[in-house]
Design a protein around this ligand. Structure first.
Ligand SMILES: NCc1[nH]cc(CCC(=O)O)c1CC(=O)O
Length: 304
């Protein structure tokens, strides 16, 4: 049997995710090899993502390696994968989502401050806008890099606190205090590891389907269709979360202006119906409720 070459970025988080996929493939009898690929997202840490003017900054180099056949599969954090996939590639499996939410981590000497008084280090448009919606006069600082780098920058004094995906923190097994921030709806497909491969590799696609987590896949389908329909290729403050509650799916979605002042929210519980593109339908409603103008304004403000 041939060995499956698993392409990954070489950050600690990405390697953890690639090893998780390797373990799942080995458990069903396949040989694997981890192939770390250096991505431009690692090298260009001086600018916020939106200012780099490109989508897929974290995934671009793995996409190239996949299409070059240097690797057989690419393991990504799905929230970093643009809704428009490179031609000839597909997402054939997702792993079960463990932690969907964002959490707050404070600098040691900012433990007693009120949430409203915290200076927050985050370069995410979504986190800034959603945080500002709740706490109007918040000051922000830019911060880039992996989880470990960001924690170091926080203790160095860049701000009082920062926001992380809990999935990322848990995977790094860092023993640090965090607070739940329920008002901060997470990014579409946050906390989900996905596996991309070449569409022409039919046998490998069948193998990957065996490790796919069906309920997670249904939820991220809705979240990503919501994102795809809203964004039109533009990075914006968009949150989405779908989860099974019994045999129903609860979907929460949010689009905010960059300053967080205007927000459109949706919260609906539905039956799963493979014939219905629920994510796209609900996004269409958001667009009609003023979302279209909001997206045009956001696009002009971040000058893509
Ligand atoms: N954009 C960076 C990124 N991409 C994926 C994760 C963590 C894993 C995940 O949430 O899926 C993170 C870190 C973070 O947002 O704190």
């Amino acid at each position: 049997m041939t060995t499956i070459k698993i392409g990954t970025r070489n950050s600690p988080l990405a390697l953890w995710q690639a090893n998780e996929v390797a373990a799942k493939l080995q458990a069903i009898g396949h040989k694997t090899e981890i192939v770390p690929i250096v991505s431009s997202g690692d090298k260009n840490l001086t600018q916020p993502l939106y200012a780099m003017g490109i989508t897929g900054v974290f995934t671009k180099d793995l996409d190239i390696a996949l299409l070059n056949k240097d690797i057989d599969i690419a393991v990504h954090s799905l929230k970093d994968v643009p809704t428009q996939l490179p031609t000839g590639t597909q997402i054939s499996a997702v792993l079960e989502r463990d932690y969907p939410q964002d959490v707050l981590v404070r600098k040691t000497d900012a433990k007693d401050k009120d949430l409203k008084d915290l200076k927050i280090a985050t370069s995410s448009l979504r986190r800034r806008a959603f945080w500002s919606h709740t706490f109007h006069n918040t000051e922000f600082a830019d911060i880039r890099g992996n989880v470990q780098t960001r924690l170091k920058k926080l203790e160095d004094g860049v701000a009082d606190a920062t926001l992380f995906s809990l999935a990322g923190l848990k995977r790094m097994e860092l023993d640090i205090d965090f607070e739940e921030v329920d008002f901060l709806l997470q990014a579409p497909s946050q906390g989900v590891v996905c596996i991309a491969n070449r569409a022409e590799d039919i046998d490998l696609t069948e193998v990957l389907k065996q490790i796919n987590h069906d309920a997670t896949q249904k939820c991220i389908h809705i979240e990503r269709e919501f994102l795809r329909t809203l964004e039109g290729g533009c990075t914006a403050p968009i949150g989405a979360h779908a989860e099974f509650i019994g045999d129903k799916i609860r979907f929460q979605g949010r689009l905010c202006s960059l300053d967080g002042k205007d927000c459109i929210n949706v919260d609906e519980t539905i039956d799963w119906n493979p014939e219905q593109n629920f994510g796209a339908e609900i996004a269409q409603q958001v667009l009609e409720r003023g979302g279209k103008d909001m997206m045009l304004l956001i696009k002009s403000q971040i000058k893509l």
